[in-house]
Each structure stands twice: as C-alpha cells, then as structure tokens.
Ligand binder design. Structure first.
Ligand code: ARG
Length: 434
C-alpha cells in the first residue's frame, strides 16, 4: 500500500483521515484490528457487525467497537436477505461442494461483502477490511466479491499483514486497553450462520481421528439421539421450502426450526477432507442439519417432477454452481446465468416431502406433487396397468439397433480366437499317426 507519504501530506494539509469499513465479529482478531488499522494505517474505522444467524449480540458488538475506537459502528440484521437471496438459490441448485459440504460459510461471504460495500459507499470510505487469514478460502471470497462490486475500494486484511501470534495479540490487546472477549476457551476455529456450522483446527487437523464430541455444537450424537423417529413434512413452492408440518413459515424461522429438529436427531454431521482454492487439502467438519434435510427433500421432489433429461443436465450445472460458489465467484455472470437456469427448472417443483429424522439419518419416506410425473397407472404391476405392453418389443428393436449393427460390422475377433490363430500350428500327435 502506497499510503505513508500522502498520509503525512494530508496531515500537514489538515485533511480528514481516510475511512475503512471493517467486518467486525466482536472477537479478539477484529477487536485488535480496529486499533491496528488506526495506528498502522492511520485510518478511521467504521465497524460493521452482520447477523447471518450466528450466535452473539450484534448490539453489544457496536458498543465494544466504539469503545475500542471505531468512529462509528453498524449492526445489520441480514438473516432474511441471506435466506432468500443466498440460501434458497443454493438449495435450488442442491449446492454441495465435492458432494459433501452445503457451502454454508461460502454463501454468506458474498452477502457480507455486499453489505460492507454498501456501508463504504454510505460512509464515503476508501477501504474495506476483513479478518481473514492468508490460508483460507474466505479471504478470496471477500476480496473477489468486493472487487466485483466496487473495484475502486482498497482492501486491507490485517491478519494477512501482521505477524502476531495469538499470545502477542493478547498482549497487544492488554497494552492497548482492548477488552479481550470472554469466551469459553475453544480449541477449534468455527464459523456459524443459518445454513450451518463449520469447525476446523485443533485435533481435527489429524484427519485419521474421529471428530470429538466437543467439536460439535448443533447436533446430538446419533448414539444419544432419541430411539424414536421424528417425521417432518416439508412443503415446497417452486423449489423453495414454505412450510413445516403444514404450518407456513418464513425462510429464517423455517431453517432455524429445522436445524433444531434435525440436530436433535443427530442429522447433519459432516466430516470432509476438502480442496481449498489456495491448493491446500484441509479437514473440515460441519453441522448442517437443516441444509442436509432440505437438500435431500428437494432432490427427492425434483426426482418426481423433473424429466430425466433436466435432472441429468442439472446435476452437471449443480456441480459447476457449487465450485464457483466455493471459489468466490458468486458475483459472476456465470452464477447469474446458472441461477436463471435453476429458476426455470423450479417452476413445477411444488409439493410435499415427508422426511424421517432418526439417529443421524434424514430419509425421504414420501413425496407428492400436483405436477408429479410419477404415474401409478403406468408404474403399477397390479390391476389398472395403463402401459401398452405390445409397444415394448418394437421399442427395443429400435433402441438396440445401433448395437446390433456394430456387432455385425466390426467383427472383432475374440481374444481366445486371436491367440489360437497366432500360435504355431500344432504338430499332429504321434498317437494320431499311429
Ligand atoms: N472450509 C469452509 C469453507 O471454505 C469453511 C471455513 C470456515 N471457517 C472456519 N473457521 N471453520 O467454506
């Protein structure tokens, strides 16, 4: 950053300080960052705490940030927007990175970036700061999203720049009267929002070890879950969940309730060795009870309503969608185009899915839709069969024709026959002669 010379000039000219908008979590790192940004970069810090469904008191965060020295601080409740504009599109795409991770952390990053940009514009700030380290995906997601929305803004990631250990950070906090958040010592690094909880570090870095119970917070151990299933009926409209057990619910409440129901049955535990964008394989564990349940239910309803062609083409698009979301390309033309495709496929994904939650499993046990392509009259082996049995033979004649044509045209020798033709001609046996 080329700031120091102009900084001195600005001071001499009595110019106002430049501003930076910081994504503030209330934790130690971003608390230290407030003071560090002021000291090191001579910036005024505007702190923004964004509620995407994680625990913590956003209002208390505002007070803490101001106490540390932020010139202003915002608390933004973004839960509804997160659910409607990020979670639901991901659900329509059945988004699962590497078939395992419902991208809970990944989809919140672009929204947080967007809110930071909004505040930066409102405050006339020149910079945005976030508390990501240099080894993760989240720094990429923030930087790329901010760049896509506001390329004119500079980005500072204090934790990518400073060389403080945890202990040095605590010392810095003590020396600068920065209140150290009183949190139960947690041996893990976690990130939470409505769509799930991510957990890494500590003993989890040994990928051969089973994740200990103390790394879980949203789910009970399936061994300790009730020995009696919980059934839940999820109503969908155009691919979006709208009710639980017949009760219409807003998106936030529906997800929160389902996290509780499924989590109490041990559903949604994920243990994944994943490929980070920065080239590192890392072991991450997740708890995503609602996400796992809803994706299964949604896929099942799609299986009943969508044609075989759409289903198969969509699987490929879903994988691409998941990868670009993971890789920080949310605000990209491709994601927007894929969303348009996904939306088109969801026109008739309306109906009800019954899911059995039981000891770590969420099994779809029933589904129905006014647009179902499942036709009992065609499917049945019992009375009332509507399928025209006489058509089968002709259909198979045509379907198999290309392969029968290949069989007669290619005339490939069988390996055994080939070997026999290459072997030297056998001498007639003496016995035979005699
Ligand atoms: N590996 C996940 C991702 O990149 C989650 C990272 C979240 N951070 C954490 N502290 N566990 O989306």
């Amino acid at each position: 950053m080329q700031r120091s010379k102009s900084k001195v000039k600005d001071k001499e000219a009595g110019k106002a300080k430049e501003k930076i908008v910081l994504a503030y979590s209330g934790g130690l790192d971003t608390s230290v960052a407030i003071r560090w940004l002021e000291e090191r970069h001579d910036l005024e810090v505007v702190a923004v705490s964004i509620d995407v469904g994680q625990p913590g008191d956003m209002k208390a965060n505002i007070e803490r940030a101001k106490g540390i020295g932020a010139v202003s601080a915002y608390a933004v409740d973004a839960k509804q927007e997160f659910a409607e504009e990020y979670v639901w599109p991901a659900l329509k795409a059945n988004a699962m990175y590497q078939g395992a991770y419902p991208l809970s952390t990944a989809i919140a990053r672009p929204l947080i970036a967007k809110i930071l940009v909004d505040v930066a514009r409102k405050e006339g700030a020149q910079f945005i700061a976030h508390g990501c380290t240099a080894k993760g995906n989240d720094q990429v997601r923030f930087d790329v999203s901010i760049g896509a929305l506001a390329p004119e803004l500079g980005i500072i990631a204090p934790m990518r720049e400073w060389v403080m250990t945890r202990e040095e950070e605590i010392d810095y906090a003590k020396n600068n009267d920065i209140p150290i958040p009183v949190k139960k010592a947690c041996p893990y690094s976690t990130d939470e929002n409505l769509w799930g909880r991510s957990c890494e570090c500590g003993i989890l870095e040994d990928a051969s070890q089973e994740p200990p119970e103390d790394s879980r917070a949203w789910t009970v151990s399936p061994q300790k879950a009730p020995n009696k299933p919980t059934y839940v009926e999820i109503g969908f409209e155009k691919g979006i969940p709208v009710s639980l057990d017949g009760e219409k619910l807003g998106p936030v409440e529906l997800i929160v309730r389902l996290n509780e129901l499924a989590g109490a049955n041990g559903v949604g535990r994920i243990d994944h060795v994943e490929d980070r964008l920065v080239g590192i394989k890392s072991r991450e564990t997740y708890e995503c009870p609602a996400a796992v349940t809803l994706i299964k239910a949604h896929q099942s309803l799609e299986g009943m309503v969508l044609t075989k062609d759409v289903l198969s083409y969509k699987r490929g698009a879903e994988q691409r969608y998941s990868e670009l979301t993971y890789d920080g390309y949310w605000f990209s033309p491709l994601r927007e185009a894929l969303d348009a495709f996904m939306d088109k496929t969801q026109e008739f994904v309306t109906g009800t899915v019954r899911v059995k939650l039981y000891r770590g499993n969420a099994d779809v046990v029933g589904r129905s839709s006014p647009y179902s392509l499942y036709n009992e009259g065609l499917a049945t082996y019992a009375k009332g069969d509507e399928f025209d049995h006489t058509s089968a033979k002709g259909f198979i004649y045509v379907w198999g024709l290309p392969l029968r044509t290949v069989a007669s045209a290619y005339k490939v020798e069988e390996p055994a026959a080939k070997a026999a033709s290459k072997a030297p001609a056998k001498k007639p046996s003496k016995k035979g002669k005699a």
